[in-house]
Design a protein around this ligand. Structure first.
Ligand SMILES: [Zn+2]
Length: 241
């Protein structure tokens, strides 16, 4: 379940991301009443079985059964905000009724990884890189965008959409300098399977570089402005203080 909006006194309109049909909005009648049989499955992030009927407009949720409600995420403000960002990203970068089982699986893996308390920043790096691919705006991270050189040290060019080698740096004076390790990690994360993510620990400095590249890249290419992202940034500042 990736989005919930209250509707009237007792109802909710919830957005599901399903394996079979992709994103679907349904009315959960009475879900705001604590005793409603729909209340537990109408909570944000819940993974479960949902039975709904389709009409030409908004469908209706008939019943549901939660399989995993990701308790560790729910009980932690930071994890909740990372997860909120992940689901908002899916919501904004997908259209209704366009199935994408790969994305469904990936979203489940993200929630699972956050719930298992893997490093949430790393989980989000991997997920964001994958989402850029889903949206068809992925940067080139395996070789220089300009000349194709695939080894050596790379910097990142927002304007050119990927790595630049040392010979081609001059084509974008605004390139973002990267440590060699950061460039390697960006490449690795862009095709890493989230299900295989172990306990990886990155230096704060490396995380900062990756975050900077991803933020600037999303701003330039995705056309998105996400409330959950702003909230995360505020939390990050709070953490540093
Ligand atoms: Zn080059």
């Amino acid at each position: 379940m990736i989005r919930t909006v209250d509707y009237g006194e007792t109802n909710k309109i919830i957005t599901l991301y399903t394996r079979e049909t992709g994103k679907v909005g349904v009315m959960a009648r009475g879900a705001k009443k604590p005793k409603s049989r729909l209340s537990s499955v109408s909570q944000l992030f819940v993974y479960g079985h949902y039975l709904y009927h389709h009409t030409s407009g908004l469908g209706g949720l008939n019943q549901g059964e939660p399989i995993d409600s990701f308790r560790s995420i729910r009980n932690d403000l930071f994890l909740t905000s990372y997860a909120a960002y992940a689901v908002e990203l899916v919501d904004k970068l997908t259209e209704d009724n366009k199935p994408n089982p790969y994305l469904f699986e990936m979203l489940y893996q993200v929630m699972h990884a956050l719930d298992e308390e893997k490093d949430p920043e790393v989980v989000l790096f991997i997920f964001e890189l994958k989402m850029l691919r889903v949206a068809g705006i992925n940067p080139q991270l395996s070789s220089c965008v300009n000349c194709g050189l695939d080894n050596g040290k790379f910097e990142f060019s927002i304007r050119e959409g990927g790595f630049l080698c040392h010979r081609c740096l001059s084509i974008d004076p605004y390139h973002i300098p990267l440590k060699k390790k950061t460039a390697e990690l960006l490449h690795l994360f862009s095709h890493m399977d989230l299900g295989r993510l172990g306990n990886i620990s990155l230096k704060t400095e490396t995380k900062k570089e990756i975050r900077e590249v991803l933020n600037q890249y999303f701003d330039a290419y995705s056309g998105l402005f996400l409330k959950s992202k702003r909230f995360l940034e505020q939390l990050d500042r709070f953490k540093l203080e």
